[in-house]
Design a protein around this ligand. Structure first.
Ligand SMILES: O=C(O)c1ccccc1NCC(=O)[C@H](O)[C@H](O)COP(=O)(O)O
Length: 262
């Protein structure tokens, strides 16, 4: 009998709790800039686009290894020029090679709303993200108990930063809505096992349509057909990283997908 696979999400959250307990609060070096409307960017209808795209920058990932583009600012600028609606910046260092500095540099270089994608474990980190200038934070329902999840959603509301609450199953998506989430992402990647199935979001999103302000299909999306299927299921936006970052020119890859060229 083979040993059970280690739960990657659990391991990351355990590390994040240790890191938070061991560090001092993050202090912004500059006044908070005016925030950019992340929810509007996800729901705005843009003629000719198959779906709104949150384009992601990261240097590596546990499932994808190292990506060829290490200059995240250049990639983010190319995404903006290609028609992205928002940019997601991985700020976790250990597994994704990112930092808060990356978030600040990317945000200063573009005019799109910027999502801080990390594994936040406490309301303090939501407040810090807002103070540092993130327009949105990602919260992962599958890894947070009901109480802390609701507290973090409330913290986001009170400090006026958007919260995209992610779930991998309908059960966790229902918990996200119960916690007060308005923007809900369905991650096609099971973060415990790292297996990805793009039908996950297609199955879960229709049941949520009338209850969320915006719905996002996340992970593993590669083609214009994937984008169209996500849109047809009721998604307002897709979150895409790896398939763009594998291209020699991620901006050109995004432009091709948005325009429908082969
Ligand atoms: O991507 C991973 O390997 C991963 C591992 C553990 C926790 C989170 C992980 N990824 C986060 C994401 O789901 C993606 O960064 C995001 O949704 C974009 O997905 P993709 O288009 O497949 O890069």
């Amino acid at each position: 009998m083979s040993a059970p696979e280690p739960d990657k999400l659990l391991a990351i959250f355990e590390r994040k709790r240790r890191e938070l307990a061991a560090r001092k609060p993050l202090v912004a070096r500059a006044p908070r800039p005016p925030s950019r409307d992340f929810a509007a960017a996800l729901t705005r209808h843009r003629a000719g686009l198959p779906v709104n795209v949150i384009a992601e920058v990261k240097r590596r990932s546990p499932s994808g290894g190292d990506f060829p583009h290490q200059d995240l600012v250049s990639v983010a600028k190319a995404y903006e020029a290609a028609g992205a609606s928002a940019v997601s910046v991985l700020t976790d260092d250990v597994d994704f090679g990112g930092s808060i500095e990356d978030l600040l540099q990317v945000r200063a270089a573009i005019s799109l709303p910027v999502l801080r994608k990390d594994f936040l474990v406490a309301p303090q980190e939501v407040e810090e993200s807002a103070a540092l200038g993130a327009d949105a934070v990602l919260l992962i329902a599958d890894a947070l108990e009901d109480g802390p999840l609701a507290e973090m959603v409330a913290a986001a509301k009170s400090c006026r930063v958007a919260a995209l609450v992610e779930a991998h199953t309908q059960e966790h998506a229902e918990r996200a809505l119960k916690a007060g989430a308005e923007l809900v992402g369905i991650n096609n990647r099971n973060l415990a096992t790292l297996r990805t199935d793009i039908h996950t979001a297609l199955k879960v999103i229709p049941a949520l349509r009338s209850r969320a302000k915006a719905l996002v299909a996340e992970s593993g999306l590669k083609t214009r057909e994937d984008f169209a299927a996500a849109r047809a299921s009721g998604a307002d936006a897709v979150l895409v990283g790896e398939s763009l970052l594998r291209d020699a020119e991620p901006g050109r890859a995004l432009a091709r997908l948005l325009a429908g060229a082969p």
